[in-house]
Design a binder for this molecule. Structure first.
Ligand SMILES: C[S@@+](CC[C@H](N)C(=O)[O-])C[C@H]1O[C@@H](n2cnc3c(N)ncnc32)[C@H](O)[C@@H]1O
Length: 443
């Protein structure tokens, strides 16, 4: 299965019938009525016009043929130049041109504003690169930005189809022509890592924050699952009280703050100091244009998750926990030295599942991400909960790229022997599983 098949982009219509994200608006636009398409893109910034186009092969062919491009990724690499032609006096754009123009404008405006918001808190350089994930994670756009006064101008320098890691850009680097390689190289040499997904921009300073986790492909998949369940519901049907355990870079919780207006209170817990600082900065970047969102709606706890302190009734608990079983001697050393890893050790997951009935309100949910390396029995639904595995039994295959594991060959060997990690060409791969645990008890 491809990632596209996992994310049909279903949205519930008023009649309760599922429909694909923006599909009806795109069809109307192709028929000449571009108004609804433009309106939704303006009013719902998390909606993804490229997803709608790529999900409809006929529409993609029709649109890109109208602008002489092979496909949407190819057009995106020239879109910044192409839009200039739309401003030529006397040019009467066709419906296809207007659709592509509004799609590019939606993308360009959102990312431009996000970078402008991030500039000061992240101390961004005048020029740099962002990885923008669109088409339900089927497309990673490598975007070059250059600030001219307060606003950056954007240019897509590469479009990586079906990325299996956030840094598939490294592979692209080897295959691309010289000019593209030079541009990607500049981006990779910067200590600023910027990742954008559904109107949320996350910044990590790799020099100052070398140990902050991700955002990795895991984080992005979890963000997509989370949003596809809630963003299209009216705010009154969204969870009111949300808890994220282990916020890392803050991408998931920033997405909750930015994209789920129905959330009244978000609590984040992070044990690692640098990660907590990074989380708070990314919360700021993504709420600067939402007055009060941070002060009124969010609280960040710096310290280890303490079930006794945090028990309460949350409508949604999100956790992308460390999910790799440790080798016993390393685990003992970590414990002795008070280390809690970002990826290794199952302690947080075990604690969380043991007290899930105290954390999750009746009818509420726990959203977890685990991997084929995580013992299945550990993630069995606790009493009073029903489990749903949205990616089926097989999960989603992604590259396994955990440096801590690669630096200890015995650990890697153990994971391979247990069947959780396997070879795939020059890489190791594993399978990710999102798990929804919904509390079925009514009280
Ligand atoms: C796999 S990372 C996920 C980060 C982020 N949620 C994401 O998806 O990108 C796990 C995070 O949990 C934090 N963590 C691990 N054990 C913890 C604990 N007992 N209490 C609070 N945070 C913890 C780690 O520092 C790390 O930032």
């Amino acid at each position: 299965l491809t990632v596209a098949e996992y994310y049909p982009g279903h949205v519930s219509s008023a009649a309760g019938q599922p429909r694909v994200e923006l599909a009806a608006e795109l069809t109307a636009a192709l028929g000449g009525n571009v108004g609804p398409w433009t309106r939704v893109l303006e009013e719902q910034p998390w909606t993804d016009p490229f997803r709608a186009i790529r999900a409809n092969a006929d529409a993609e062919r029709e649109l890109t043929a109208a602008v002489n491009a092979a496909d949407l990724p190819a057009w995106l690499k020239q879109a910044d130049q192409w839009v200039q032609s739309m401003h030529v006096p006397g040019h009467e754009p066709s419906a296809a041109e207007r659709i592509l123009w509004t799609a590019w404008r939606a993308f360009d405006t959102r990312l431009t504003r996000a970078l402008a918001r991030a500039r000061e808190p992240a101390r961004l350089p005048v020029q740099g690169g962002v990885l923008a994930f669109v088409d339900a994670l089927n497309l990673c756009l490598v975007v070059d930005f250059r600030f001219i006064r307060d606003l950056p101008s954007l240019r897509v320098i590469d479009a990586i189809v079906a990325p299996r890691t956030v840094f598939d850009v490294l592979d692209a680097f080897l295959e691309r022509p010289h000019e593209t390689r030079t541009e990607i190289k500049g981006m990779l040499q910067s200590s600023h890592r910027l990742v954008w997904h559904r109107d949320v921009l996350v910044h990590i300073d790799r020099r100052a924050e070398p140990r902050v986790f991700g955002p990795s492909i895991d984080t992005l998949h979890l963000a997509e699952v989370l949003l596809s369940r809630y963003t299209f519901s009216p705010p009154e049907n969204q969870p009111k009280r949300v808890l994220e355990l282990g916020t890392g870079s803050g991408m998931l919780s920033a997405s909750v703050l930015r994209n789920l207006p129905g959330v009244e209170r978000l609590t984040g817990v992070e044990v690692d100091f640098a990660s907590a600082v990074c989380t708070y900065r990314n919360w700021e970047i993504n709420t600067l244009d939402r007055p009060d969102a941070l002060e009124r709606r969010a609280a960040l706890v710096l310290g280890p998750f303490r079930p006794d302190l945090l028990a309460g009734s949350y409508d949604l608990v999100i956790c992308n926990p460390p999910y790799i079983p440790e080798v016993p001697d390393a685990a003992a050393a970590d414990l002795r030295e008070g280390r809690r890893g970002a990826v290794a050790g199952l302690e947080l997951l075990e604690q969380l599942l043991a007290i899930s009935h105290l954390l999750v309100a009746p009818g509420g949910s726990l959203l977890l991400l685990v991997s084929s390396v995580t013992p299945r029995a550990l993630v069995a639904a606790p009493d009073g909960f029903a489990a749903e595995w949205p990616w089926g039994d097989d999960g989603i295959s992604v590259h396994f790229e955990v440096e801590d594991v690669f630096s200890r060959p015995a650990w890697l060997k153990r994971l391979v022997e247990a069947g959780g990690v396997s070879h795939s060409g020059a890489y190791y791969q594993h399978q990710l599983h999102a798990v929804w645990l919904t509390r079925t008890e009514t009280r």
